[in-house]
Structure formats: C-alpha cells, structure tokens
Design a protein around this ligand. Structure first.
Ligand SMILES: NC(=O)c1ccc[n+]([C@@H]2O[C@H](COP(=O)([O-])OP(=O)(O)OC[C@H]3O[C@@H](n4cnc5c(N)ncnc54)[C@H](OP(=O)(O)O)[C@@H]3O)[C@@H](O)[C@H]2O)c1
Length: 378
C-alpha cells in the first residue's frame, strides 16, 4: 500500500502532505516533483517541517520517497521502472500540482493543468485500485457571479475570468469523464482562495495574496526610485495623517471565498477517509462565509497605513500606479468580484465533526498581509 502526491512543494500541497504524514500508518508516501530527488527532498522537508501542525508521529518523514518527474511530460517523465514503483500497490493518488498564473498565457496553463492532469490519469490507469483525489478550484464557476453554486455544478455557460479558471474547468471535465469511463473512485476537491495568517518565510511556498502585496510594493518602490517620494507611504512613517489614495477598479460590494489553507488540507484528508456516497464526488472546500472587498481593503490599510485603497466601478484618468494595479492585478481582483455562494453539503457529510474554519476577518487578513500590529487569536 502506498500514497502518491503531486505538488507537495506547493502552498497547499505541503499542507496536504503534513496531514497525510500525521496519520498513523507506515505506508510509503511518494512525492512526485521537479528537480533531482535530493533537491525535491530538501524542498519538501523544509516546507513540511516548517509547519507546526498537525503533530507528526515519530519517524513520519521516513515514510517519504521522492520521484523526479514533471506532469507536463507523458508518463510524468518517469522511467518504466519508476512508474511501476509509483503505481504498484497504490491506494491513493493525490493530484495537487498545477500552474497558478492568473494573468498568464493560456498555452502553459493548458499544458500544465489540462495535459498535466491527463498524464496523471494515464498513470492512474496503471493503478486500478487507487482512489484519485483531484485538486480543482471553487473558481471553476468562472464568470458566474451570483447564485448558490452546487458541488455538482460544472458549466462553461458563463465563461471564465481567467485562462487559469478555464484550464481547471477543462481538467475537471477530463477527470469526471475518465472516472465514468473507467468506473473509478474519484474525489474532486474545490478549495476557495487559500490563505494563511502564519507569515511564511520567503524560501517556502507562499500564498496567492502575496501577489497583491508584491504588486503594491514593487509599484511603489519603482516610483519611489524615480523620486516620487512614495516610500514613506509604504512604510507609513512620517505621514502626519496624510494618506495616498489609490483607486482600484473593482466591485466595491464584491465578495470572494477565502479559506484557511490549514483547514482546507485537514478537510481534504478527512474527506479522503470518509465512505464515499458516490463513485465520483465533488466537494466545495470553501469557507462558510465569503469575505467582502471592504474587509480586504481594511486589512490592506493595516499593512500600509499610508495608503488608502478606494474600490470604484471605473477609474477615470488613472495615475501610473493605478494603471499598473488594474493591469497587473486584474486576476487577483477578479477573485473578489463575486456575489455567489457555495453549497458545502457533500463536504460537511464527508468531514463529519471537523469544526468550520476560523473567521477570515480583517484581523486575520491583516496578519496574512504581515501587518505587525494585528494580534494573533488567543
Ligand atoms: N492556492 C490557492 O489559492 C488555490 C485555490 C484553489 C485551488 N487551488 C489548487 O490547489 C492546487 C495546489 O495549489 P498550491 O497553492 O499548492 O499551488 P503552488 O503553491 O503554486 O504549487 C504548485 C505545485 O505544483 C507543482 N508543479 C507545477 N508544475 C509542475 C510540473 N510541470 N510538474 C510537477 N509539478 C509541478 C509545483 O512544483 P514546483 O515547486 O516545482 O514549482 C508546486 O509543487 C492546484 O491544483 C491549484 O489549482 C489553489
């Protein structure tokens, strides 16, 4: 018996791995990823041991095996011998690896997320007993902005905000069709936007919201370097109550679903252990409450006391900073432009008595944004 996981060097993947290793048992956990076995081991162990929960039983890391591979390559780039080693006695195959570029070119997204999933399924063909767990996203709902999305809903009728969403939608279709055709047991897990309020060191897998912060930091620094005197707004020092107003084109009443990554990983592994109600099941691993755009801007204010972000439906005559934010931040901002909610019935059935995640409020987000003054909960 063994478990195979792709994407273990990722922000979610390393948390799934930590949950898997926290379980009693001695079956090997095979980690497939890029780079040499040694590099992979170093990256995975650094990510897993930096996390402080859940507790790992003694010797848990000895269960790890490392396979150098690439999901974009047929056969995952494994030799026939390694492929046999990966599939022999396999009971679970977790596919978490993906490319998460929000503004990106559709071609690499298709290659990684669609062809990559196809290659993983081809390997799963060689492990007929394995339960396949495919990590999708709640954002396969695309441009559907309103209503209550059911866990079995999967439609392209509203279109997509980004090529990333479309690639994940197409991958999910592929997984469902493969499961039906081959009568395989599959769990599709759809998390909301993953966050953590534990500041992650730079060399470890960071969270998607970091993109937003980098955008603001880099935009301000680039302008400050040209003599605009903006660094004090970034640092919030010597401002005497002044603030820099930045208008961002976004729905001021919009919402997004942000879910703590630690909860998501725990819920996923719990769900994997639950008796399936159907051969193919889809679970919204989402937060029960959406986060409003206003909560996000309040948290940004805690991180950048000198900057006031105003969400407006349209930015007329944008400053160069405003133009940069709207151009490069469109992907991230799109995640907060919805009013839809997510059904969690299948999830709740599968995770049993697992408590719901903590609230993602402005204090949680301020910690996620690295605002020093935001206190941790007791
Ligand atoms: N993060 C979110 O907010 C979020 C929300 C909803 C759904 N999801 C889904 O959750 C899953 C995990 O996301 P994450 O947050 O862990 O992403 P991440 O931090 O960007 O990690 C992506 C992982 O995929 C691996 N990967 C990418 N291309 C690969 C390739 N060609 N071959 C082998 N491995 C490859 C990466 O390996 P390297 O380290 O070598 O790059 C890394 O381990 C994805 O399926 C994503 O679509 C994420």
């Amino acid at each position: 018996m063994s478990i195979l996981l792709t994407g273990a060097t990722g922000f979610l993947g390393c948390r799934i791995l930590r949950e898997l290793l926290s379980e009693e048992g001695d079956e090997p956990v095979l980690v497939l990823g890029r780079g040499s076995g040694q590099q992979l081991r170093a990256r995975v162990e650094a990510a897993v041991t930096w996390l402080d929960a859940p507790r790992l039983p003694e010797g848990a890391l000895d269960r790890l095996r490392f396979l150098s591979g690439d999901i974009t390559v047929p056969g995952l780039g494994l030799s026939a011998e390694d492929r046999a080693r990966a599939t022999d006695g396999l009971t679970e195959l977790w596919h978490s690896a993906a490319l998460l570029s929000l503004e990106g070119d559709p071609v690499p997204l298709h290659t990684s997320n669609v062809l990559g999933t196809r290659h993983v399924l081809e390997v799963a063909d060689q492990a007929p007993e394995a339960h396949v767990l495919h990590i999708s996203t709640a954002y396969v709902a695309g441009r559907r902005l309103t209503g209550h999305v059911l866990e079995d809903d999967l439609s392209e009728e509203h279109g997509f905000q980004t090529s990333y969403e479309e690639s994940k939608y197409t991958a999910e279709r592929l997984v469902r069709a493969w499961a039906r055709r081959n009568r395989r047991r599959v769990t599709i897990l759809r998390p909301g936007l993953l966050v953590t309020d534990r500041p992650v060191p730079e060399h470890l897998p960071g969270q998607p919201l970091d993109v937003l912060l980098r955008l603001i930091d880099n935009g301000m620094r680039a302008r400050a370097a040209r003599g605009h005197g903006l660094t004090r707004y970034l640092r919030g020092t010597g401002l005497r109550g002044e603030s820099l107003h930045v208008r961002v084109q976004a729905d001021p009443d919009g919402e997004g679903n942000l879910v703590p990554a630690e909860y998501a990983a725990r819920a996923m592994v719990r769900a994997a252990r639950a008796e399936p109600q159907a051969a193919v099941r889809t679970l919204h691993v989402t937060h029960p409450h959406n986060v409003s755009a206003g909560t996000v801007t309040a948290a940004l204010r805690a991180r950048y006391p000198g900057i006031s972000v105003d969400l407006v439906p349209e930015v007329s005559c944008p400053t160069s900073l405003e133009a940069l934010v709207s151009q490069q931040g469109a992907g991230v901002l799109g995640f907060g432009a919805q009013h839809r909610t997510y059904d969690r019935s299948n999830l709740l059935r599968a995770v049993g008595d697992l408590p719901d995640p903590e609230p993602v409020d402005h204090l949680y987000l301020a910690r996620a944004f690295g605002a020093v003054e935001a206190p941790l909960p007791a």
